[in-house]
Design a protein around this ligand. Structure first.
Ligand code: GRF
Length: 226
């Protein structure tokens, strides 16, 4: 049975698009019950509508506290029937109330190799720091920002001439692959969390692919179709 997910976006929604595409291809066994944004102009909402998905806007500016905002968001997610919450570029810090509403069922993608460069613009921070390797991380969400147990990471090279944009694009290509894969493992109930460690039951080993600027190390590796 498909895992029912709510996808939360604040911006372009390219990660949402990759999830939609993998579902349409029959590779990701999930159903999007709701796309929610805190920003009315988020292009992710247009992508969702183009695919006939239910959308809603809950503007954080309309609430007096973070918790009041989170209560409204959690209510919408519950009403949609979603079992899990996918943060796909959702630029809000969640309160414990939100996190405890979906224990072990909230996933986030971050555009850096955590625990390096948490917070906003991870790819920009990495490019400006001059790292020779950067990447992206999908993790369970806990009460600290960009901190919960890591499910999958992918690494790409960094170059002296990199801007936030060039490094960001290299990373984003991989985000679009590792995020749907992580959601598929969640849907298949193959993620076992022990303290900070996430075991992928019968998971693949790490893989190295591509060459030159397109080279990537993905760990654990991606399964067919991702
Ligand atoms: C991505 O870089 C993601 O890692 C970060 O926010 C960005 C969202 O991009 N959390 P998009 O809206 O999915 O295109």
């Amino acid at each position: 049975m498909a895992l029912k997910i709510a996808v939360l976006v604040s911006g372009s929604g390219s990660n949402l698009q990759s999830i939609i595409d993998r579902i349409d291809q029959g590779i990701l066994d999930a159903r999007i019950t709701l796309v929610l944004s805190n920003k009315r102009q988020a292009y992710g909402l247009t992508r969702a509508s183009n695919h006939g998905l239910d959308t809603t806007v809950v503007e954080h500016t309309s609430f007096e506290s973070r918790e009041d905002f989170d209560r409204a968001v959690v209510r919408e997610i519950r009403e949609s029937g979603a079992e899990a919450v996918i943060l796909a570029g959702f630029m809000r810090i969640l309160t414990p109330f939100f996190i405890n509403s979906f224990p072990g069922r909230i996933l986030n993608i971050h555009p850096a190799l955590l625990p390096s460069f948490p917070g906003v613009n991870g790819q920009k921070q990495a490019a400006e720091y001059g790292v020779k390797i950067s990447g992206c991380s999908v993790h369970f969400v806990d009460e600290q920002m960009d901190h919960g147990p890591i499910i999958i990471q992918a690494a790409v090279p960094g170059f002296a001439g990199d801007s936030a944009k060039s490094m960001g694009e290299r990373i984003l290509n991989l985000e679009h692959r590792i995020f749907p894969q992580a959601i598929q493992w969640l849907a298949q109930k193959r993620l076992k969390i022990q303290d900070r460690k996430v075991e992928i039951i019968n998971g693949p080993g790490p893989v190295l692919e591509g060459s030159g600027k397109g080279q990537a190390l993905i760990s654990p590796g991606l399964e067919n179709g991702f």
